[in-house]
Design a protein. Structure first.
Ligand code: C2O
Ligand code: CU
Length: 465
């Protein structure tokens, strides 16, 4: 069981403090420093207002009709698109039978709007509402989802695109491709799936990359559709298209390829990299990749292979009439791009870290208890101070892989910049960033079941004195 209560706002953080009264006070989300930090960043002066109603709905996956929870009945939820510097005013109305929240995945926004109960706010109760108000800081491909229980594995997710006001725009069209594993309303739901894992332990499935999952999802979706009735993306041959891939799954890494095409990777988790050519990409939960593709003449399968699960999600890319081949694109069996082949074009400067936090990823499938440094859902923060260069080391001591995600910051890997990073069994990955966004920030595995079973921690700013 996770050791924190979702209703108690900051209660546990304060408790974590009580034990060691000699420590400096924490910079809580309510600290005036949080809004002051945002106001120093400037903005466009434009406001983008939207209402997001989290509600029970029935959704057609392209054949199977399922009862689930969505934002406003849409799957994925309607894309939210703003320019960097815009003030976002997103009103969450909770029509679910339980508490909820919205987290803006990947954004270095102000801490009190991060949507991570109980650390940054109290969860929004049924029939209540909460308005998120923040300046969208940096351009890129992001998304949003609840940060409450296993709700990420329902239909509550949508793309959040922050456009670059000075985008070089060397493409003719842009497509957003959202990947998801689906089980809700297929005779089970995410809460039952988690209860089952806790009762019986998991049996992990593995693919050729060593990646796999714990739950056998009934369907795999691209933009809300099963492979048998795919969405079609249409354009003229020869056009250059920017594809923004978002993995919104709870428990599945996808290997993606566009049959008959090479892709040029341009961004990792919103941040630019030197263009890198590849046939296929592996995308862990929470990760995003932007690629450029020059379209050939014909109809082509855009395939996302569920790693270790012997299942696929599919879409169609069409520039001419004719049928699309059912065969598995050869690109899927070629080389996939790896982090160390990618190079951020705006890298963090090289500096000696002021503070190093080692986070051992712990736990196992049998007990289905996961943790960080042996503790499940421990809200005692790993401390940093504004201005420090921080090094986080994720050391995976488990037999499973974990896509580790840090809120409120984009870190530098050896190569690209990211906010979510795959850590393989036995591997240690170092992430460096500047502590420039004061507050209390979650660090966790983006496997929704691992996170809920305890693989969650807090990185907390303390006052410098
Ligand atoms: Cu995408 Cu803590 O989340
Ligand atoms: Cu995990």
């Amino acid at each position: 069981m996770t050791t924190f209560s979702r209703r108690a706002f900051l209660g546990t953080v304060a408790l974590g403090l009580a034990g060691c009264s000699s420590d400096n006070p924490l910079v809580l989300p309510t600290d005036p420093l949080v809004s002051r930090t945002e106001s120093t960043r400037g903005g466009t002066g434009r406001t983008r207002a939207v209402t997001l109603t989290a509600t029970r709905s029935q959704v057609d996956l392209g054949g199977p009709v399922v009862d689930t929870w969505t934002y406003d009945g849409a799957l994925p939820g309607k894309e939210l698109r703003v320019s960097a510097g815009d003030l976002v005013e997103a009103r969450l109305v909770n029509r679910l039978p339980t508490d909820t929240s919205i987290h803006w995945h990947g954004l270095a926004l102000r801490n009190d709007m991060d949507g991570a109960p109980p650390v940054t706010q109290a969860a929004t109760e049924p029939e209540e509402e909460f308005t998120y108000r923040f300046v969208a800081p940096t351009p890129g491909t992001y998304w949003f989802h609840p940060h409450t229980g296993t709700q990420l594995d329902r239909g509550l997710y949508a793309p959040f695109i922050v456009e670059d006001p000075v985008e070089p725009g060397r493409y003719d069209a842009e497509w957003v491709v959202v990947l998801d594993d689906w089980l809700d309303g297929t005779g089970t739901n995410p809460d039952e799936a988690l209860a089952g894992l806790r009762r019986r332990g998991g049996h992990s499935m593995r693919g050729m990359s060593g990646l796999g999952g714990d739950v056998a999802h009934a369907h795999h979706l691209i933009n809300g559709r099963i492979a048998a009735s795919p969405v079609t993306f249409a354009a003229k041959p020869g056009r250059r298209v920017r594809i923004r891939f978002i993995n919104a799954a709870a428990d599945t890494a996808y290997r993606v390829a566009l049959g008959g095409h090479r892709m040029t990777v341009t961004h990792t988790d919103g941040f630019p990299v030197a263009p890198m050519d590849t046939g296929a990409l592996v995308i862990g939960m929470g990760e995003r990749y932007d690629v450029l593709v020059t379209l050939a003449d014909g109809a082509f399968p855009l395939v996302a292979l569920a790693e270790g699960k012997n299942a696929t999600a599919r879409a169609v890319v069409r520039t001419a009439s004719g049928s699309v081949s059912d065969a598995r694109p050869a690109e899927l069996d070629g080389r996939v791009v790896t982090y160390d082949q990618l190079e951020a074009t705006e890298p963090l400067d090289v500096r000696k870290p002021d503070v190093v936090h080692r986070m051992a990823l712990t736990g196992g499938m049998m007990s289905y208890e996961w943790g960080i440094n042996g503790r499940a859902g421990d809200m005692t923060p790993a401390r940093v101070r504004s201005g420090q260069r921080v090094r986080l080391e994720f050391a995976n001591t488990t037999m499973m892989w974990h896509p580790m995600h840090l809120h409120g910051h984009t870190f530098q890997l050896d190569g690209p910049r990211k906010d979510t990073v795959i850590v393989l069994p036995g591997q240690t990955v170092a992430c460096e960033f500047d502590a420039d966004n004061p507050g209390q920030w979650m660090v966790h595995c983006h496997n929704a079941y691992h996170a809920e079973a305890g693989m969650m921690a807090v990185l907390g700013y303390e006052e410098s004195r």
